[in-house]
Design a protein around this ligand. Sequence first.
Ligand SMILES: Nc1nc2c(c(=O)[nH]1)N(C=O)[C@@H](CNc1ccc(C(=O)N[C@@H](CCC(=O)O)C(=O)O)cc1)CN2
Ligand SMILES: Nc1nc2c(ncn2[C@@H]2O[C@H](COP(=O)(O)OP(=O)(O)OP(=O)(O)O)[C@@H](O)[C@H]2O)c(=O)[nH]1
Ligand SMILES: [Mg+2]
Length: 464
Amino acid sequence: MQPSPQLPGDTIAAIATAVAAGAGSVAIVRLSGPAAETIGRRLFLAPGAQPWESHRVLYGHVVDPADGRRVDEALLLLMRAPRSFTREDVVELHCHGGLVAVRGVLELVLAAGARLAGPGEFSQRAFLNGRLDLTRAEAIAEMIAARSRRAAELAMAGIDGGLQRRIAGLRERLLDQLAELEARVDFEEDLPRLDGAAVRTELEVVRGELERLVAESRQGELLREGLRVAIVGRPNVGKSSLLNLLSRRERAIVTDLPGTTRDLLESDLVLDGVPLTLLDTAGIRPTDDRVEQLGIERSRQALAGADAVLLLFDLLAGWTAADQELRALVPEGVPLLLVGNKCDALPEGAAAAGVPSAPPEAPLVRISALTGAGRNDLVAALLGQCGASELQGLQVALNGRQRELAAAAATSLERCLEAADQGLPWDFWTIDLRGAIAGLGAITGEEVSEAVLERIFSRFCIGK
Ligand SMILES: Nc1nc2c(c(=O)[nH]1)N(C=O)[C@@H](CNc1ccc(C(=O)N[C@@H](CCC(=O)O)C(=O)O)cc1)CN2
Ligand SMILES: Nc1nc2c(ncn2[C@@H]2O[C@H](COP(=O)(O)OP(=O)(O)OP(=O)(O)O)[C@@H](O)[C@H]2O)c(=O)[nH]1
Ligand SMILES: [Mg+2]
C-alpha cells in the first residue's frame, strides 16, 4: 500500500509497534485526525456502560462492521485534541501482537475511512502542530534507532530539549545583536552610539560555541551510527577467536586449519557504550582454492570499507613480510591497530621475532584471544584510535543535517566579523548575521521549507 500525499485534516493510521519481528505480545494500531474517534466507535465494542472519555482505557473487542464478527479482543485508548502526541484526536487500539491479527485490525481501520500514514507522519503532525521542535522529533527517531544505552541516553537528552535550548539560546543572542544593528541602520542619529566592540565580542562567542558543537558532533555520530571494524590478517592468526572473544559467544568457527573462515561474518556488539559491527574475514594469502579466493576478495572489500581495522598477527611467528604487505592495504587515514595475538603461548619474557617495539604509525597491543588477556587494552586502544573515548560527558550532539547548518552559520558569522574588521557600515554586517540566524532556525525548524521537512520525516519509520 502506498500512502497518498498528505491532506491536512485527514485521519491517518498505522501499526505503531514493531512489525519486523513478527510476534510481540501486544501490538498497537494508532489513528490520528478528526475522524479517529468516529472510526474507533464504529470498530470497537465496549461492553457495559464504559464512558468514552479522553485518557481512559476501554476494554472490548474490535469487530468487523460488515458482519459483526469479532476480530480481536483489545483495549482502546482515546486521547482527544489537543492532549495527544499529535495534538489531534488520537485513538490507539491495543491488540494481540501477532502480525496477521494486527494487520487485520489495520485493514478495518483503513476501510472505515483512515488513510495509511507515511513514514514519520505522526511526528510530522506533532511538529506542525507545535508539540515538538525539529531537534526533538529527530531525537525521537534516534531513540528508536539507538543501538546502545549511551546512544539512547543521548537521544533522551534531545527529546528533553537539550539541543533545542542550546540552539535557540544562540539564535536569541544573534537576534538581539541584529535588532541593535538594524535600529542603527534605520535611526542612526536618534540612538546612542553603538558599541561595535561589544557586538563583535558577542558574535565571537556565538561562533565559538557553534564551532565547538560542530567539533563534538563526531562523537555523537559514533554513538548513533556505530563503527564497522574489520579484523584482518593472515590465515590462522586467531581472527575468528578474537571475534568470539569480543562477542562473548561462539559466533565463528575456529579450527587449527588455516583457511577456516571462507566468508564475511558480522557480529553486532557494544563496547564501552559504542555500538560496533565487527567483521571477521577470511585470512589473506595466495591460494589456488576458488572458494577461498572469493572469500579473500571479500576480506579486501571489508578492509577497504571499514571505519577501523584490527590487523591481527601471530606473536609466535612474529611480524612478517606478509603482515607488512597487509599493512600496506589499509587505506590512508583509517584508524588502525596492530594486534599481536597468542601472547599466552610466548615463553615468559620472550620478545616476538621481528615485532617492532614501536611499529610505525599504528599502536600495537598484545593479546591472547584464547585466554582473554589484553582484551581491555585492545578495546581502549581501538576506541581511542577512533576518537570514541570521550563520550561520557556528551550532553548534546548534532546530527549530519544539523552539523551542516551549524557550520554554515559559523561561517556566516566569520564573514560578519570580517565586515566589522574592515569597518564596513552596519548594513554590511546584517546580511550575514541574518544568514546565521536563519541557519539556526532551520536546525530547530523555525525556518525550514516543506521540502526539507518531507525529507527529514520520510526517513522515520512507519507508525512513528
Ligand atoms: N501507547 C503509547 N505509548 C507511547 C507513545 C504513544 O503515542 N502511545 N509515545 C509516543 O511517542 C511515547 C510517549 N510520548 C508521548 C508524548 C506525548 C503524549 C501526549 O499525549 N502529550 C500531550 C498530552 C500531555 C498531557 O496529557 O498532559 C501534550 O503534550 O499535549 C503522549 C505520549 C512512548 N510511548
Ligand atoms: N595459543 C593460542 N592459540 C590461539 C589463540 N587464538 C587463536 N588460537 C588458535 O589458533 C588457531 C586458529 O584460530 P582461528 O581463530 O580459527 O584463526 P583465524 O585467523 O580465524 O583463521 P582463518 O579463518 O583460517 O583465517 C586455532 O587453533 C585457535 O585455537 C591464542 O590467543 N593463543
Ligand atoms: Mg577464521
